[in-house]
Design a protein around this ligand. Sequence first.
Ligand code: NAD
Length: 493
Amino acid sequence: MELLPNLIGGQWRTPNVRETSPVMNPSRGESLTAVPMSSAAEVEEAVAEALKAFPDWRETPPNDRAQVMFRLKAMLEDEFEELAMGICQEHGKTLVEARGDLRRGIEMVEYACGAPTLLMGESLENIARGIDCHTDRIPLGVVAGICPFNFPALVPMWMWPLALVCGNCFILKPSEKVPLTMQRIAGMMKKAGLPDGVFSIVHGGREVVDALLEHPGVAAVSFVGSTPVAEAVYQKGCLHGKRVQAAGGAKNFLVILPDADVAATASALRDSAFGCAGERCMAGSVAVAVGEAGERVLPALVDILGSMRIGPTDTADQPDMGALITGAHRDRVKELISLGEAKGGKVLADGRSVRVDDAPGGYYVGPTIIDGVDYGNDLSTTEVFGPVLSVMRARTLDDAIAAANRQSFGNGACLFTTSGKAAREFRHRVSAGMVGINVGVPAPLAYFPFTGWNRSFFGDLHMQGREGVLFYTKQKTTTVRWFSFGEGDIWVK
Ligand code: NAD
């Protein structure tokens, strides 16, 4: 089988490797292609080419860098549907979800088009008599991005559009499970006018990640993935003197008060817990029903699930929910459900035995609801990353907030209510970086930061928005005093 090449110095190069990793179509369990598990040698080449390209790219005016993004945006729109279908094939999410993945990525390109404004510094005249002070934003140099499987377009695009318009060269290590979308988009970058070496791709796994983290030529690393890897990447990157932002896993709580709108809340819970088959870092994972809220909302939710169609997404006849990423992940999700049941959880909807007759090799788990989960149950603390909604019961809003704050992550937390006071209290006290009030997936758009907390984020500056610009630049402050007009004195007399 042909291997996907790396992109190094503007050339597609297939490395000579011992190990490869298959890229599967999860809808059917069939192989699409394979990626090389590159080594430190390929990282060395990519960094060398990027360092060569950096001086000229750094001198390229921000407006000209932004023009590359404008042209890329037009190309992405032209090929939008093909790219979205490609995401369905390599990831297994539905076409609607794939379009969303790509649309949110394109919004990052649009945001990056504002480079001249985003990169403006600050200045103050007369910090002392006759002395002025300026700060400028300076690119870091060569920066790297390491990505997870769950958003083949969006997550890499949290990183490179801003990194590039800030004047950096960027090396991407896509997820080895979903490398195709970025491979296609990288092909467009040259046509959009991006000079060779400014953007590179090195496929692989841990060896590539370690080499990027250890290389003295890499100034900063952006990482998104599971918490244990995020923490290790953060620590190793810092140890090697790099600036690091590392987003990790999540366990998002959805608190429902008895006064919540039943139909709207049931629909929001379905989208939050089962959208993208639960493979979202902002997926609702535990519903905390306060008082009678469970009796009001859960029957409506179970009812909607009954009409959800599960199946392959690489076809014109689109289902409501697709497959999980691998067979191993499917098995782990099923195992977590069984363990949760063994610890006293009551399964209200069971996706473990779902059958998809037209794609028997696909990695499917149907939507699952498991009620009566308590603190002793792993389902209250472990990230499942599948279509499983656990339900806890609470007597009061206080108890519900305490339950949400008890676990170690801190990405999202949502409240469903018609009470403004309760919403205010929740927003103020819940320990999560992204809060939804009657919104089940409170993922911020490109111009806001993606503000995970606790063990969902390691670092200081988040992806997206102004924080993204700060992450990819360093500041230079210049203080200026002129003593005389020099030779020009004559002109002012
Ligand atoms: P993962 O941690 O397995 O892999 C992420 C990346 O790290 C991949 O590129 C992989 O090749 C690399 N990697 C894996 N193991 C490594 C190791 N030991 N050393 C160095 N590199 C390693 O994550 P995944 O399964 O691809 O993605 C799912 C996870 O990502 C979930 O936990 C999800 O919550 C998280 N995620 C978080 C956010 C966020 O914003 N917080 C967004 C998307 C996904």
